[in-house]
Design a protein around this ligand. Sequence first.
Ligand code: AMP
Length: 420
Amino acid sequence: MSEDTAPKKELAAIKGTRDILPGEVEKWQALEALARSIFERYGFRELRAPIFETTELYKKSTGETSDVVTKEMYTFEDKGGRSLTLRPEYTPSVVRAIVEHRLDLEGAPMRYYFMGPMFRYDKPQKGRYRQFHQIDIEVFGEKDAAVDAEIIEMAHALLGKLGVTGTETLINSVGCRAGRPAYSAALRGAAGLRRNELCADCQRKAETNPLRIFDCKVEACQEVAKSFPSIQDFLCDECREHFARLREDLDVLKIAYRVEPRLVRGLDYYTKTTFEIVTSHLGAQNAILGGGRYDDMMKDFGGPDICGTGFAMGMERVLSVSALTPPVRKMLYLAYLGDEAKKAGLDLARDLRAQGIECLVEYKDRGMKAHFGRANKLGAAWVLIVGENEIKAGRFGLKDMATGRQFEGSREELLALLKS
Ligand code: AMP
């Protein structure tokens, strides 16, 4: 687009958002189709929730002290004076939907998936957007470590089909409320000793929620955090057992992993398992997906005491490292010559489409040469010629653009050929 036809700056797309245009969107559609087919094989069903929810929902479930809630939410007041937020993540919506519709009483497995945009006011950079897309997986009501292992394996099944290579699976246990106070106290002590080396934000976190220091992106803070005590030494018996079972089950499923004791993830609600799949091909934003267990979330929300586990995969990120090639489209370009042929073409095109053939007619009166030039440019697989003579004879010419072969036949004969 030339400069004088580009939209004015104030009308351009918002920083941190982007258009997914034809040419690129086919990859998204292929990813979505693949994800759906894999998840459904594991007993998951789609649950679609609204794009915005009450701000309170995220404060209550994502956690008041998390970066997502304190710094990154797109919050606004609607005309009714309610505070609403564009979803920064999906899990709270699923929790709300389960409680609201009492899905837990239905007896169906509470295994849900969803794909769609999320919104976070973060500093845009490569691999980090303000409107980005996630594939989200949720399982509620299954406390066995086997289900944690199974969803990690399911993520790998998808990544394998996408041709993503060079991945590493990191796992950890962040324990539960039984061990958290002692661990927080130990962290507070350790952070206190090196307070001067921490950024202002982490000095505050050292008081309010020292676990969150592990999320800080400042290098000096990450260096200090390496000296902190390991959460693994503070797990209660149940959490230790759960983590041991997770490792055994991952071995059964032949998923290689590395235990990363500093993997606490950015949200307050995690209990027991946390995990991430990272890749060396992504640069600084190296996490393709992250997840874990949130056994207290539903109860804290005021719903039944039902445990949960899941993950969210960044769609922009996974696509940037995938070798996915969308299926080749075979488009038929219908070239009409003259007014009568245009009418016959309209009718013919409808029939072709009804038979499942992608058929493009551009209603611009062109000569034969211009039609072929255009069909070539569009990469059409076939050109169907409809002229006055063809209509009279009831027989049409069809050219296979890849081989250059020409066919001639009745409507039915050509249809049969195209479908073969
Ligand atoms: P989270 O919900 O923060 O655990 O993120 C889960 C996954 O979503 C990450 O591993 C990324 O792949 C992706 N993701 C998170 N935030 C962004 C963002 N701002 N832009 C693009 N992808 C993101």
